[in-house]
Write a new protein. Structure first.
Length: 352
């Protein structure tokens, strides 16, 4: 996804160098997508005279989701002054390449600007030379590239650049102060510390720590037994699970998915192919403390759980204090699949 190293570069020239974008290059065409959402299909020529931000994103991507409050506010502030956002949804997983899933996600995430659904083969992504989610490409009123932000962050610089372009066309515009950083973006603030954290785990490419008790996954569920002795960043399974290529899917019973980690924040990309599924969640063998719970955690008495009712990213943990923990997901029905687990670890000490 976005990655901590890229999101904290903060030097637009270096980002341009890394991503291969040339300042002044023309806005390329947006043809070749599967569907347009919130708008008829748009051509580059129709956008002349507008300040255009092309946002390459993915609805399960943690880094992309963290940019959305800024995009929503910029669209609200400046769309009446000649500012346009074009979202290009380039999928990371098979399910997130389906236009119906993307359209449902745009509604759930309150995305009201035009979005083109890129193909599973990343037709538009490849044409523009993008290589990371999210990537923001800012074009002036003549369709020339003037700014690039690869990965999350650099928000105040981007908004100031938007204002500069709008004022160039209309010097009398009265524009608001640049939006203050949100608490989630403490890594951009003075005194920020980013602690070492467990790397993102794309589950379909991650080695399962213990060999299965029996079965090879080619013809059905595989039985696993968690032997303990957990190591950071390794996946431990118990019960019946089935590798799908992109994910590991639960086959029923009393099994669980266990993951030791080091971080502050944990998100997981989950699907439930057989309908809404309850997933009990523990941290260090206990229900998740309310002060450590992500926004998608619910409580039933003392039990903490997720209600997996859509194919999306779930905010599981928001620890009050950085540290090493053990996360366990225990599905209570068939069909749950775990695709990705991602971590963040930045804060300004004393502000959490």
């Amino acid at each position: 996804m976005g990655g901590d190293a890229l999101k904290r570069l903060g030097l637009v020239g270096l980002l341009v160098l890394l991503c291969g974008f040339a300042p002044g290059s023309a806005l390329l065409n947006l043809n070749g997508g599967l569907r347009w959402i919130n708008s008829p299909a748009l051509q580059s020529e129709q956008l002349r005279g507008k300040v255009v931000l092309v946002d390459f994103w993915e609805y399960t991507c943690l880094n992309c989701l963290r940019t959305l409050p800024y995009l929503r506010e910029w669209y609200k502030r400046y769309r009446g002054d000649g500012f346009v956002i074009i979202g290009v949804h380039s999928p990371e997983f098979g399910f997130s390449s389906q236009p119906e899933q993307v359209e449902a996600a745009t509604k759930r995430l309150n995305i009201t600007w035009p979005v083109v659904v890129d193909t599973a083969g990343h037709t538009i992504w490849t044409r523009f030379g993008v290589n990371v989610w999210p990537t923001e490409l800012l074009y002036d009123q003549d369709g020339h590239l003037v700014d690039v932000a690869a990965g999350e962050g650099n928000y105040q610089h981007t908004e100031a650049k938007i204002q500069e372009l709008l004022r160039a066309a209309n010097p009398s515009l009265a524009l608001p102060s640049v939006m203050a950083l949100l608490p989630q973006d403490n890594y951009d603030k003075p005194g920020a510390v980013c602690y070492p954290h467990t790397p993102e785990l794309l589950v379909g490419r991650t080695h399962i720590a213990d060999a299965p008790v029996f079965g090879d996954g080619s013809s059905g569920d595989v039985a696993y037994h968690d032997r303990g002795n957990h190591r950071d960043g390794s996946i431990y399974l118990d019960g019946f699970w089935h590798p799908t290529g992109e994910a590991i899917a639960f086959g029923g019973g009393n099994g669980y998915f266990d993951l030791p980690y080091r971080a502050i924040e944990v998100t997981a990309v989950l699907t439930a192919d057989r309908g809404p599924t309850r997933v009990n969640v523990t941290q260090d063998g206990k229900p998740v403390a309310r002060e450590d719970a992500g926004s998608d955690i619910h409580y039933d008495g003392t039990t903490s759980y997720l209600d997996v009712d859509a194919s999306r990213s779930y905010h599981v943990i928001e620890n009050a204090v950085y540290g090493a923990h053990d996360l366990r997901l225990s599905p209570k029905g068939y069909g749950l699949a775990v695709y990705d687990v991602d971590f963040e670890s930045c804060e300004v000490p004393g502000t959490r």
